[in-house]
Design a protein around this ligand. Sequence first.
Ligand code: GTP
Ligand code: MG
Length: 191
Amino acid sequence: MKIKESKLERTSFNEKELINDDMSKIAFIGRSNVGKSSFINKILHRKNLARTSSKPGKTISINYYLINEEFYFVDLPGYGYAKIPKQERLRVRSLMTVFFENVKNLKLIVLLIDSRRGFTAPDLEILPQLLDKKFKMLTVLTKSDKIGSTELTNRKTNLKKKFGLRAISFSIKSDSNKQEILNNINEALME
Ligand SMILES: Nc1nc2c(ncn2[C@@H]2O[C@H](COP(=O)(O)OP(=O)(O)OP(=O)(O)O)[C@@H](O)[C@H]2O)c(=O)[nH]1
Ligand SMILES: [Mg+2]
């Protein structure tokens, strides 16, 4: 798959603003600050399409990026960040629930996990809901430049053993595994 064109199609702050069409979608979820928006930019070869921040809780809306006029990448708000005001947190959570309940043609959920931390409580809270709906999942271990290769291998073995999930490591600082991730996305889109 070649990414020829990408553009921000919609920013949704509430239920009414969610995209309801039949176009294929790939969703990116993970804890706040795990690197979702950075990942999207890197995969799309765009520097600043998805807004990134060193401060957690940057993406509080659901952002749809239209790729090649064919499918969407959906950047979901990060979860598990305590410092966002409670009311805002509840709003975001219910928006996510509505998203997963009503979304059409969600081909793949890319679950991003920080290489250094592995699965944390908020991930474990959300995981069963997703597995329950039988969405196809791909786990990506982000910020792999921040840990050693032995540790990274252990992390992957662990995820496989504990959750039966295959994980691919990734860093915005290199191109390794980028093609493999794109191949996985492509395969999911074909199904
Ligand atoms: N070293 C390193 N830093 C990264 C990597 N990916 C993301 N970051 C940094 O991590 C911080 C958070 O990245 P974002 O992409 O904004 O994270 P996010 O998951 O979209 O965050 P929310 O929108 O708050 O949920 C930024 O400072 C990024 O530069 C990586 O692969 N390596
Ligand atoms: Mg973000």
